[in-house]
Design a protein around this ligand. Structure first.
Ligand SMILES: Cc1ncc(COP(=O)(O)O)c(C=O)c1O
Length: 439
């Protein structure tokens, strides 16, 4: 019966659905999992198979699935207010969440602008940066960005991306940008601090050449996630802050992946103890329940938008579902629970534990490098065919773990609240899968 249901759903899916980042010609052949239900760190497919959610449903889950406190907060919110626009109206969940977010944020970030997904927060930040500069009398039409960077899939976000496979197709229709090398892509024998110093020299050269035309530099602080969990030295983040200030560019830190505790601190910029001019967040903001993202801005950026209605200084940007109250209620409940349980500290300890347990597979010939910061982990394996990373994940799936690769980098990024035993199981299954596939 269940098998019939699964086959039927897959057939219907194949007839009518188009999946993101998916080569549809291989979709059915690769035997998609049809998810039926989820609880805690696990989800079950329609055939009753249980899987550990090893990548937090694409880096979003925090407390596990169906977390009682978040479930209750959404239900409670539903009894009061489903949705009204945030254009010309306001509501308590939107106000309260902004206060809570700012209380966690680096000092100096004082304003919250809501968006929907990570990409739409980046999009808003880019427009804000350009408009703030132009309203201060500066003509700065370019953006600086980093090779191997990823900021989402809308055109502004793609413009400041740096992953050839995802982005090169669209180059003819993108914003004008200036690219610097990745601080995490090391030359043979190069240390991370040396790499950071070399890329900062590149950035200084760029600013000296084109600085008066650059509105902002966009970076993923500490870890370039989609680029393959490329970690870099903290001096890079500090150096970008200094150079951006020196040349009058704004610094946009995209914390959509690294924020909300992922790197072992609440925000990745906390490692560098700097404050960006604009900071985006999303993904884990609602604990993996609902789409909500935000741009946090300094008062100086905010003030560049103040004027009379006729001045044209308004930020003409927003969405139908901006600050949806159900999303805000989920985020408030999650942030409260994180504070109550010290989820960030727990995640940091789990990350260290996973790192220690991975040293064994790290010494295996088939593993090129393991990169980790907090619970963001990339295991780069030796390619033995065209889809080695994918094959490792398929093998892990046969043993009850669901993970998704980035090329030949196998990603582990469990919910921050995962237990020690569950994290051990995740590491062990993936290590065994690597040994089986990469021989
Ligand atoms: C750093 C970063 N920014 C932006 C995004 C885009 O977020 P979304 O997929 O929610 O649009 C991602 C997604 O992985 C990301 O890693």
């Amino acid at each position: 019966m269940a098998l019939d249901r699964t086959a039927d759903l897959i057939a219907r899916d194949a007839r009518s659905v188009w999946h993101p980042f998916t080569q549809q010609s291989r979709w059915v052949e690769d035997q998609p999992i049809v998810v039926d239900r989820a609880q805690g760190m696990y989800f079950w497919d329609t055939d009753g198979n249980k899987f550990l959610d090893g990548v937090s449903s694409l880096w979003v889950n925090v407390h596990g699935h169906r977390c009682e406190q978040v479930d209750d907060a959404i239900r409670e919110q539903l009894t009061r207010l489903d949705h009204t626009t945030f254009l010309g109206l306001t509501h308590e969940p939107g106000i309260e969440l902004a206060e809570k977010l700012l209380a966690t944020a680096p000092a100096g970030l004082t304003r919250v602008f809501y968006a929907g997904d990570g990409a739409s927060a980046v999009e808003a930040a880019i427009k804000m940066a350009y408009q703030a500069q132009s309203q201060r009398g500066e003509d700065r039409p370019y953006f600086a960005h980093v090779a191997q960077g990823y900021h989402g899939d809308t055109l502004g976000a793609v413009s400041v991306g740096g992953i050839e496979l995802f982005h090169s197709t669209y180059r003819p229709i993108l914003l004008e940008t200036r690219l610097i090398s990745s601080p995490g892509e090391l030359a043979e024998g190069q240390s991370r601090p040396d790499r950071a110093a070399a890329v900062l020299v590149e950035l200084r050269d760029l600013f000296e050449r084109d600085g008066d035309k650059i509105s902002a530099i966009v970076i993923e602080p500490m870890v370039q996630g989609a680029g393959g969990m490329l970690t870099h030295d903290v001096s890079f983040v500090r150096g970008v802050r200094e150079l951006a200030t020196e040349f009058g560019a704004l610094m946009i830190c995209d914390e959509v992946a690294t924020g909300i505790g992922r790197t072992g601190k609440m925000w990745a910029v906390n490692h560098a103890q700097i404050t960006p001019d604009l900071m985006t967040c999303g993904k884990g903001l609602t604990a993996g329940y609902l789409p909500l993202s935000a741009v946090l801005a300094t008062e100086a950026v905010y003030e560049a938008f103040l004027g009379t209605p006729a001045s044209g200084r308004t930020f003409f940007h927003g969405h139908s579902y901006t600050a949806n109250p159900l999303c805000c209620a989920a985020a408030i409940a999650s942030l409260d629970l994180m504070a109550e349980r010290d989820t960030v500290g727990h995640g940091a300890a789990i990350g260290d534990r996973m790192g220690a347990r991975l040293t064994d597979i790290g010494g295996y010939d088939g593993v090129r490098e393991i990169r980790r910061m907090g619970t963001m982990i990339g295991i780069e394996v030796q390619a033995v065919n065209e889809r080695t990373g994918f094959d490792v994940c398929q093998e892990a799936r046969r043993h009850g773990v669901w993970v998704r690769p980035l090329g030949d980098v196998v990603i582990l990024m469990p919910p921050l609240a995962i237990s020690e035993d569950q994290s051990d199981f995740l590491v062990d299954v993936v290590s065994d899968a690597i040994r089986t596939v990469v021989q």
